[in-house]
Write a protein that binds this ligand. Structure first.
Ligand code: GDP
Ligand code: MG
Length: 162
């Protein structure tokens, strides 16, 4: 069976956009407005001839309990089922309290994590991406899910941790 990659992170960081970029088609639903309830969805992808299953964790219920706990709960189920995790952070906003919350969950889960610093649309964003070293998850990989910048390098790193 194809290894499973869970794509986690808070709403609006570009998880679904990244998945569409990897798939090469618009299949995951991209939301301009955060907070729309959605189930976890799996997609079959491939990189360098290796099959991968990508799990989008867009599911999020804005009414329930408070944002941080809900996002973590969603992400946690996907992470439990995954062989590795892509943690997507918005490099243009820097790490938020919610990002830190997800980091703690990821530490407990103990799965290999690759940190994607998204929305680095040009080289000016690289500096902001480097600030994500502070999350303590190792090297932040700058990508622009929207334009494709850095995504091939990210995928190379991902298949290496599998
Ligand atoms: P998700 O909630 O994490 O799945 O985020 P989405 O994929 O739905 O994207 C949220 C918003 O961020 C959308 O308006 C996207 O177009 C935008 N976005 C996603 N990736 C990028 C990127 O690499 N650069 C920029 N500038 N915007 C992005
Ligand atoms: Mg989404």
């Amino acid at each position: 069976p194809a290894p499973v990659l869970a794509v986690v992170g808070r709403p609006n960081v570009g998880k679904s956009t990244l998945i569409n970029r990897i798939l090469g088609r618009r299949e995951a639903v991209v939301e301009d407005v955060p907070g729309v309830t959605r189930d976890r969805v799996s997609y079959s992808a491939e990189w360098n001839g290796r099959p991968l299953t990508l799990v989008d964790t867009g599911g999020w219920d804005i009414d329930a309990k408070g944002m941080a706990s809900r996002i973590a709960e969603q992400a946690e189920v996907a992470v439990e089922m995954a062989d590795a995790v892509v943690f997507v952070v918005d490099a243009t906003t820097g790490p938020t309290a919610t990002d830190e919350h997800v980091v703690r969950m990821l530490r407990r889960a103990g799965k290999p994590v690759v940190l994607a610093a998204n929305k680095v649309d040009d080289e000016r964003g690289e500096l902001a991406a480097a600030e994500l070293w502070s999350l303590g998850l190792g090297e932040p990989h700058p990508v622009s899910a929207m334009h494709g910048r850095g995504v091939a390098d990210l995928l190379d790193v991902l298949v290496d941790v599998l």
